[in-house]
Ligand binder design. Structure first.
Ligand SMILES: Cc1cc2nc3c(=O)[nH]c(=O)nc-3n(C[C@H](O)[C@H](O)[C@H](O)COP(=O)(O)OP(=O)(O)OC[C@H]3O[C@@H](n4cnc5c(N)ncnc54)[C@H](O)[C@@H]3O)c2cc1C
Length: 365
């Protein structure tokens, strides 16, 4: 790697590191560049059960790492939806955040040290230590750098024990405002939830579309790992004042939480409910609790002008705020032109499937 980057530097050849290729910011799109495929760097170098640390090469894919860790009773707890198609180096370069971040943190909390090769070929290390008192720190610079500062070749990651107990609940609210208030009280409580995921009405409809009579939402899924999980889940229900709904909804989420990879492939191949010319995109924003409600409505209004269906779920909660993840979808008349529902000729199959009070009606409600 050092030699390659020294050569690239001397010949002024641009280099693009490529991990799993699941990035959504076009960072891996080559344009006269040398692409460095890191998937061959896939060794798990060491698992230190005493300090709960794993040292791995950057091209290791999520499932490979988790299988090895779970054999030792440990887990990284980092579960992005794209886990099966993304690498440790990619997670670091994109500052990735997994679905269980409320308990296990984002990748920035999990990196204890790393090795990287800088443009020109110099190898730098951020040594593994529970804490560093000096800066700047190479690891902090590399996290979120999208491959612009160098190539991450190795990382040491913090682990947690595989939870002996995990309890989930599905809860219903009358409005998003109530749901958001509940998420805030959970995030700021001592209950230490693993999962806090609030789906608005459209996203509830998308999530539960295979159920016969799904609730209208907003739907909150919560889960608790570790000691007294049941008691903490009950306390969460009491604290939020929500209505407990069918537990199959939470089980469905756990089972299908990473289906998006296959679903998007199907939709983009024109085989989904949106028909042969589908438009689907996602966008995630973050805000403090003070502005989150307004941010939700502003985003919904703005995106609703460009898509037939806009769904949102709140996830990745913090004491000071949370993320809002929007999914936009339209059935188009061709690959080059977006058609509104009225202009696409006839009722698209996805609208028929979701009934007359279809997504667009709900968006404006
Ligand atoms: C269906 C789907 C679901 C997703 N869900 C999530 C989610 O839940 N959470 C989340 O955070 N993201 C998610 N993503 C986005 C994506 O999976 C993450 O950004 C992931 O971390 C990218 O990892 P990768 O190995 O695929 O990187 P790549 O796509 O290969 O690369 C991404 C960027 O990182 C750089 N890079 C890659 N490897 C290295 C390296 N070793 N050193 C330096 N730079 C490098 C590349 O040059 C590029 O700029 C999702 C994507 C899809 C398609």
């Amino acid at each position: 790697m050092s030699q390659l980057l020294a050569w690239a530097h001397d010949t002024r050849t641009p280099v693009v590191p490529f991990g799993g290729g699941s990035g959504v910011c076009r960072g891996i799109e080559p344009d006269g560049h040398v692409v460095v495929d890191l998937r061959g760097l896939d060794a798990i170098i060491d698992v230190d059960t005493k300090s709960r640390l794993a040292t791995v090469q950057a091209g290791v894919l999520g499932p490979h790492l988790e299988r090895r860790l779970q054999a030792e009773g440990l887990t990284l707890g980092h579960e992005p939806q794209s886990m099966s198609i993304s690498t440790v180096g990619g997670w670091i370069a994109t500052r990735a955040c997994g679905q269980l971040s409320a308990r296990y943190g984002g990748i920035e909390d999990l990196v204890a040290g790393l090795e990287a090769v800088l443009p020109g070929g110099r190898v730098v290390r951020s040594k593994t230590a529970p804490r560093r008192a000096t800066g700047p720190d190479v690891a902090s610079l590399m996290i979120g750098s999208e491959g612009t500062l160098g190539i991450v070749t190795e990382a040491t990651l913090r682990l947690a024990p595989v939870p002996t107990e995990r309890v989930s609940r599905a809860l219903l609210f009358a409005s998003m405002s109530e749901g958001v208030a509940a998420c805030r009280s959970l995030a700021q409580s001592e209950l230490r939830p693993t999962l806090v995921r609030l789906y608005d009405r459209e996203d509830t409809m998308i999530l539960l579309r295979h159920f016969k009579d799904p609730p209208g939402g907003p739907l909150l899924l919560v889960a608790f790992d570790g000691p007294r999980a049941e008691e903490r889940a009950d306390r969460a229900v009491e604290m939020t004042g929500a209505t407990v709904t069918d537990e199959r909804f939470a089980a469905h989420w756990w089972e299908h939480r990473n289906d998006a990879v296959a679903e998007f492939r199907k939709v983009m191949a024109g085989e989904g409910l949106l028909g042969p010319h589908a438009l689907v995109d996602t966008m995630e924003v973050a805000g403090t609790w003070t502005v989150l409600r307004e941010l939700y409505h502003l985003m919904k209004d703005a995106l609703g002008r460009h898509a037939d269906l806009v769904g949102c779920h709140l996830s990745h909660v913090y004491t000071d705020g949370a993320c809002l993840y929007f999914t936009m979808a339209s059935a188009c008349s061709s690959d080059d032109q977006r058609a509104t529902s009225s202009g696409s000729g006839g009722t698209p199959e996805w609208k028929r499937a979701w009934g007359p009070a279809g997504p667009s009606a709900i968006i404006t409600g």
